[in-house]
Design a protein around this ligand. Sequence first.
Ligand SMILES: O=C(O)c1ccc[n+]([C@@H]2O[C@H](COP(=O)([O-])O)[C@@H](O)[C@H]2O)c1
Ligand SMILES: Cc1cc2nc[nH]c2cc1C
Length: 345
Amino acid sequence: MVVSVTGTAPAWDAAMEAELLRRIDGKTKPVGSLGAVETIAAAVARTRRSLTPRLEACDLTIFAADHGIAREGVSAYPQAVTRQMVLNFLAGGAAANVMSRALGVGFRVVDAGIAGEPIDHPALISRRIGPGTRSFLDGPAMTVAELDAALDAGRALGADGVADAVAFGEMGIGNTSAAALVAHKLTGTPLADLVGRGTGLADAGLERKRVTLEGAAARTAPVLDPRAALAEYGGFEVAMMAGAMLGGAAAGRVVLVDGFIAAVAALAAVAIDPAARGPMIFAHRSAERGHGAVLASLAAEPILDLGLRLGEGTGALLAWPIVKASAAMLSEMSSFETAGVSGPA
Ligand SMILES: O=C(O)c1ccc[n+]([C@@H]2O[C@H](COP(=O)([O-])O)[C@@H](O)[C@H]2O)c1
Ligand SMILES: Cc1cc2nc[nH]c2cc1C
């Protein structure tokens, strides 16, 4: 049964929930023996409002933008890498390109606000809010109007297309700093628990990053609402990704959440609209320091733990086959009843 989640979708009620659990336990396996695959299948069923969900297609959208804070020496790499990596995406040579091709996932890249002149390339989707954010050291990274434009552009991108599942990735030198501050202001988690090595800072660089970000955090109230946190400290790609997660979730798509920066975008999206949490599946636990705390705030148990800390949606891509297979388990696996297999003694 393929069910449109707009308009004619059946309500997900207590009877559907009970039937879902009955079907999972009725499959030809010891009860609970498919572990997290059963949890993932249930999440997909609720999102698709179907007891026989099919996940055929997944699309990855990478949001790229630059950050004023990158000029403060908070990253192991120069700001120019954002633009250079976008050219690499467009040439098909980055990790995300290779994995997308290997897994049959659609790929697109969005300029949310890359520094410098706009890149002129037919495959690049331009939703530029500006040539990067301002440094949030002594003022907001973006205006509220810029934030709303980024959220709106993201919502539209998350809702368009026909893919059953949508994965979002990001590219932005300095964005682990932005993400750490947004998470700090949304959750109250100590900043020291959220600031990590990002692209690979050594100990001295990590200490400088922490001190710089403590200074920026002191500028505003300890806790901010999601739009204020994003405008003060976010990035154009972080805000656009949050919007895309809201758009994808509202359209009934399974939303695959990648690493640390994506999880912070998810945190902001859920703070804006708690209904966005249900369709989210958390792909992996990043090696970035703050990811565990952000996942805990979202009560999220990620699928993979591979020591990844790349971004670009690579963790989400790698989790996709597991999510797809989980849905197939629910839709296609025979039951004790139909297969004539004896249930528990
Ligand atoms: O996804 C993650 O968990 C992750 C963890 C650390 C770094 N990154 C990537 O590295 C960049 C940000 O790192 P940094 O050190 O420049 O803040 C950005 O392009 C991210 O895609 C991504
Ligand atoms: C080379 C490079 C590739 C990336 N991809 C995502 N973030 C990145 C950061 C760097 C530095």
